[in-house]
Design a protein around this ligand. Structure first.
Ligand code: NAD
Length: 263
């Protein structure tokens, strides 16, 4: 029996008990959309030092440099379309709708789960498609294709910053607590495309484990979580998740209408 069949059976069994099927995703799920991972070669991280552009200290030292990095990242995210992995998760949510919920907890800031149609997405690290003022309560998610000048400023005169979580910062109010609750109440957690090294996000699958939630890992390489995982699928997400969704569909519907295809 292949691991994909094991994973599909596990998902359907838990969904039939009414337990949520949660996905916990990282940069790897968007790699096939052209959004580079931190640790992969050829990405924008090779040209910017994270401590200079993705920390509060780096931002306030040189806001224009930090903004140039974030604008490049935003353009990359806007150019990237949801890939078959994002689409398969949204498809599974629909297929399992009458049985249970399929929330997504993501470390990504690219908005690709929402673009694929997932309706319940908790963004642990914010979104590159939103800004907020460093001083007042102003926040905006209707951003121009390009800011006329960098750094952009709020009407109050202070700096605007991307609404993302930088290294050393607290996670957005409520999102970490919600993610923990989702993890602890899940039937299955699919851990997709994350090295599980960035804290406190990496504690979310551990919280699931501590509540006896079954874990499925989808990643082409071993991670620090791998030895704790129930079912490991050593493949890229864009290949593994559509196949998994299709098997789930077959278990739910018999051999019939279960193909997970790009719209
Ligand atoms: P990471 O870069 O630490 O790890 C990426 C993981 O994805 C690796 O384990 C790698 O083996 C795996 N991977 C690579 N290609 C894959 C594929 N096609 N299918 C499945 N897995 C694949 O990423 P992280 O764990 O998410 O942590 C890095 C931090 O940087 C997070 O906060 C993350 O959100 C952020 N980040 C986000 C984006 C984005 O929004 N798309 C991009 C880069 C970094």
């Amino acid at each position: 029996m292949s691991t994909i069949s094991d994973a599909a059976r596990m998902i359907v069994e838990q969904a039939e008990r009414g337990l949520p099927i949660v996905a916990f995703t990282g940069a790897g799920i968007s790699q096939e959309s052209g959004v580079p991972t931190f640790r992969g070669g050829g990405g924008i991280w090779e040209r910017y030092a994270p401590e200079e552009v993705a920390t509060a200290e780096g931002f306030f030292r040189d806001p224009a440099r930090s903004w140039r990095f974030h604008e490049e990242l935003r353009r990359t995210c806007l150019a990237g379309k949801p890939n078959m992995a994002h689409i398969a998760l949204a498809w599974m949510e629909n297929a399992l709708r009458s049985l249970t919920n399929c929330p997504v907890i993501t470390q990504n800031i690219d908005g690709l789960h929402q673009a694929a149609g997932s309706s319940d997405v908790t963004e642990l690290h914010g979104s590159c498609h939103r800004v907020r003022c460093v001083e007042c309560n102003f926040a905006d998610e209707d951003l121009p294709a390009e800011f006329p000048e960098l750094p952009p400023r709020c009407e109050c005169g202070e700096l605007l910053r991307p609404d993302v979580v930088w290294f050393g910062e607290q996670l957005p109010h409520g999102s970490f607590d919600r993610a923990r609750l989702l993890a602890e109440s899940a039937g299955v957690m699919m851990v997709v495309g994350t090295s599980a090294t960035v804290q406190p996000a990496a504690s979310i699958p551990i919280a699931a484990l501590q509540h006896d939630v079954s874990l499925i890992e989808i990643n082409p390489v071993c991670t620090t979580l791998s030895e704790l995982i129930d079912v490991t699928i050593r493949d890229v997400a864009g290949a593994a998740l559509p196949e998994l969704a299709e098997r789930v569909g077959q278990l739910l519907n018999g051999a019939g209408d279960s193909e997970c295809k790009r719209e």
